[in-house]
Design a protein around this ligand. Structure first.
Ligand code: SF4
Ligand code: SF4
Length: 283
């Protein structure tokens, strides 16, 4: 079984467009959306949710006003100013350190587990799909990514799937690291701009650090052929194969509006280019 993650240095480079196309092209696979902060692969795959799970992460303090004697020890000790003058805890400011609960002389403070999001196992016409939704302003997306990946692996093993295809988060932070660990291939999608080159450099370095094999795709390569060539030269110097160059095409935007993987929306040269990319990364 081959695990492939599609990543990019920033959002909006065409990562989900490509992952959605792979969903339509790959035969026996499990799809995963690890971009838990801004999940959008479901817009192309139209999942029907079969299993809904709560994601708990961290804790916050809660004061029982019936027990509180208003001594002020907790608010004086809280370094995050999370306890108001009325002895109410702000769940947003509270870091869950638990100090106030240990200090309170009358045990009026309890630590409550925090519900940070949800994750789902769904069916789609392209096969099983594991995805998640992190709550607003919630942290620990790396832990949620690990959770959905673990669930996807279990399903893939049970089904004898040949591939797990992951829509990774953008950037180089904690959720990206959680998406990269243990995969067989990271496919980096970038655009032909100077920042696209810098983003690619950072993501290649990160994947290298985790000993993950990388390949790269340049999306909308023809909007700046010079920058595209620069990226290709850089990849050559780093021994990162450029497995495809996708031209700018209106069909991509139209397919997103239509809510379809682009390879199901168009039969033109673009489809052919993406099939070639899948053949290079999927084998
Ligand atoms: S330490 Fe306990 S009793 Fe004192 S103000 Fe805080 S919650 Fe109330
Ligand atoms: S748990 Fe820590 S951060 Fe939260 S209110 Fe208590 S002392 Fe402040």
């Amino acid at each position: 079984m081959k695990q492939i993650v599609v990543i990019s240095g920033k959002g909006g480079t065409g990562k989900t467009m490509l992952t959605g196309a792979f969903a339509a092209l790959a035969e026996n696979k499990v799809m995963v959306d690890c971009d838990v902060d801004a999940a959008n692969l479901h817009l192309l795959l139209h999942p029907s949710i079969k299993e809904r799970n709560i994601f708990k992460s961290g804790a916050f303090a809660k004061i029982d006003p019936a027990l509180c004697t208003r001594c002020g020890q907790c608010s004086d000790a809280c370094r995050f100013q999370a306890i108001s003058s009325e002895f109410a805890v702000s769940p947003i400011a509270c870091e869950g350190c638990g100090l106030c609960a240990r200090l309170c002389p009358v045990n009026a403070i309890r630590m409550k587990e925090n519900t940070a999001g949800e994750w789902f196992i769904s069916e789609t016409r392209y096969g099983p799909f594991v995805h998640a939704k992190l709550g607003i302003a919630e942290e620990n997306s790396g832990k949620l990514v690990a959770k959905v990946r673990e669930a996807a692996k279990e399903i893939a093993e049970k089904n004898g799937a040949t591939h797990i295809i992951i829509d990774g988060p953008p950037g180089i932070g904690c959720p990206v690291i959680a998406s990269l660990s243990g995969v067989d291939l990271a496919l980096i999608v970038t655009e032909p701009t100077l920042s696209g080159l810098h983003d690619a450099e950072r993501v290649i370095a990160l994947a290298e650090h985790f000993n993950v094999q990388t390949q790269l795709v340049i999306n909308k390569w023809d909007i700046n052929p010079e920058a595209s060539e620069k990226i290709e030269r850089y990849c050559e110097s780093r021994k990162v194969p450029v497995v495809g160059k996708i031209p700018f095409a209106r069909a991509v935007i139209e397919s997103v509006i239509a809510g379809k993987p682009v390879t199901e929306y168009t039969n033109g040269a673009l489809k052919h280019d993406i099939i070639k990319i899948w053949e290079a990364v999927g084998c």
